[in-house]
Design a protein around this ligand. Structure first.
Ligand SMILES: *Cc1c(COP(=O)(O)O)cnc(C)c1O
Length: 497
């Protein structure tokens, strides 16, 4: 069955998967969605001897139907290789009352690697398939992890250029250092004086800028997106939820068909949306637990049906979740309103005009798959401390948000079904706040470098290669601009006039 893609906002034209990967965002500003969600007509119990790569192939081929078997297998093999420091790619670790699905074993030690290590392969294959010879310019806004992971994926990939915008004071020191030391002749990093939402809005505006598109076309270039709005990022993420369930089965922790809850530390709603798609494909997932930090727009949305971004913006110890506009929620809205693009377009217009919209009561049934809640800084720190004291397992602050929300969920509901928590970053990426939570007094006065060693010892882990690298790598990027200078920054980088 061929799966075609169209916009969430009304543009009725249907395109192939590879065209959707190339375009990133639909021309009307909507997100591409599959015209139907394919069934996983392969039982998890028949997948227990499969490798990560084999599971990924079974999931992805059902969405990316115009890629040949050979093309897709080559993309998968090129992505999930020795860049990951464990052969399982996404290992599952039991600690306390849940299983942690460690999605941080790739090049930049955060879960964005799961999708961004394969996106360049999917995109260059898509260009070839569609006879596109333009240079592909990847524009990306990052709250810290996407930018680095995207550059690591695209660095020196022929026929591509990548420009990353990040909020100057909105990322962790390790994240910033990882970005400004990025190698590759085709990589460009720009700090903006603003927050992540400013960066994301700025990038969306650049994508919608027709005169800029004309200038690019004249120079033999075109934009695409590595942000989680690209369907080429969403689809690879579905695979690891299927893989987690298959591993639980293979290890005898559950029986075939047993329901499992999924807990996801959420920002832009991409990761949890992948779990939702997996459930819609037929995976026996029960609650999808959407965990936010103090920027709790989503927990209010799931509680009351109103999405309201008019509120203070907090910077937290989980910066990749400091987001007030969760772009991928649009794909869930599309499903719950009965695939009605007019309804979605109207809500998105209200969001843009007034900063809020309300899903009417009769459409809220579709939200029942979800439970939303949030954890503030104190709860996050307490959770890191507690799990370390009781098990020796060290959480990063993002995963700790999820773990803390999961504990609240169990208290409220007494739901003891097995749970998989998406573990989205290595604690090394946020060593200072993690060690402060573990035992502040002991570690606070150490330098960053001393902290990496202290964390390795406390957690009984090897220091990841990504950390070893930034200890010595030279700074290669130092551009900072105001929000209204993003367009001119792009023009100057690409030498457009
Ligand atoms: C991006 C990110 C998240 C949020 O994921 P979304 O798909 O944007 O919801 C959570 N944790 C970490 C470490 C991240 O990098």
């Amino acid at each position: 069955m061929e799966i075609l893609y169209h916009s969430t906002r009304g543009d009725a034209s249907e395109i192939t998967a590879s065209q959707a990967v190339l375009n990133g965002l639909a021309p009307d500003g909507g997100l591409y969605v599959p015209a139907q969600i394919p069934a996983l007509d392969l039982a998890p119990e028949d997948m227990t001897s499969m490798s990560y790569q084999e599971v990924a192939y079974e999931v992805m081929r059902r969405y990316l139907t115009d890629y040949t078997e050979e093309e897709l297998k080559k993309c998968i093999a090129g992505a999930y290789d020795s860049k990951f420091d464990v052969p399982e790619i996404a290992p599952l670790k039991k600690a306390g009352d849940a299983w942690y699905l460690e999605l941080f074993h790739g090049a930049t030690i955060a879960f964005k690697d799961m999708a961004l290590s394969i996106l360049p392969h999917l995109m260059t294959t898509a260009a070839r398939k569609n006879g596109v010879s333009d240079k592909i310019v990847i524009l990306t806004a990052t709250s810290g992890d996407t930018g680095k992971a995207a550059m690591a994926g695209f660095a020196d990939v022929p026929g591509t250029e990548i420009i990353v915008f990040y909020p100057k004071d909105g990322v962790s020191p390790v994240q910033e250092r990882q970005m400004v030391t990025q190698k590759g002749e085709n990589t460009h990093v720009v700090a903006i004086r603003g927050n992540f939402d400013d960066a994301q809005t700025g990038v969306k505006n650049l994508f919608g800028d027709h005169s800029l598109a004309d200038q690019l076309a004249a120079a033999g270039m075109r934009f695409s997106s590595a942000n989680s709005i690209n369907i080429g990022r969403l689809v690879p993420q579905i695979a690891y939820y299927v893989y987690a369930y298959v591993r639980l089965l293979a290890n005898g922790d559950i029986q075939a068909g047993d329901p499992v809850n999924i807990v996801v530390p959420t920002g832009n709603f991409g990761n949890i949306l992948a779990a939702y798609y997996a459930k819609q494909m037929g995976m026996p997932f029960d609650k999808l637990i959407c965990a936010s930090n103090q920027n709790n727009v989503l927990s209010d949305f799931f509680a009351g049906g109103t999405y309201d971004k008019n509120r203070p913006f907090y910077t937290s110890s989980s910066p990749s979740m400091d987001i007030l506009v969760s772009s991928n929620l649009e794909r869930l809205l599309y499903r719950i309103c009965g695939d009605n693009t007019e309804t979605v377009a109207a809500w998105m217009q209200q969001l843009s005009d007034n900063g809020l919209y309300t899903v009417p009561e009769e459409m809220r049934a579709g939200l029942a798959d979800f439970y939303g809640n949030y954890a503030d800084e104190e709860a996050v720190s307490a959770r890191i401390h507690e799990l370390y004291q009781t098990t020796g397992y060290v959480l990063d602050p993002h995963t700790a948000v999820a773990s803390a929300v999961y504990e609240q969920y169990r208290k409220e509901t007494c739901d003891e079904k097995p749970a998989v928590i998406a573990s989205t970053a290595s604690p090394f990426k946020f060593a200072r706040s993690v060690l402060h939570a573990v035992d502040g007094a002991r570690y606070d006065s150490m330098t960053d470098m001393e902290q990496f060693d202290a964390l390795a010892e406390a957690a009984n882990l090897d220091t990841p290669a990504a950390i070893e690298e930034i200890k010595t790598a030279p700074v290669r990027h130092d551009m900072t601009v105001n929000i209204d200078e993003m367009r001119s920054a792009v023009c100057s980088i690409l030498e457009l006039n």
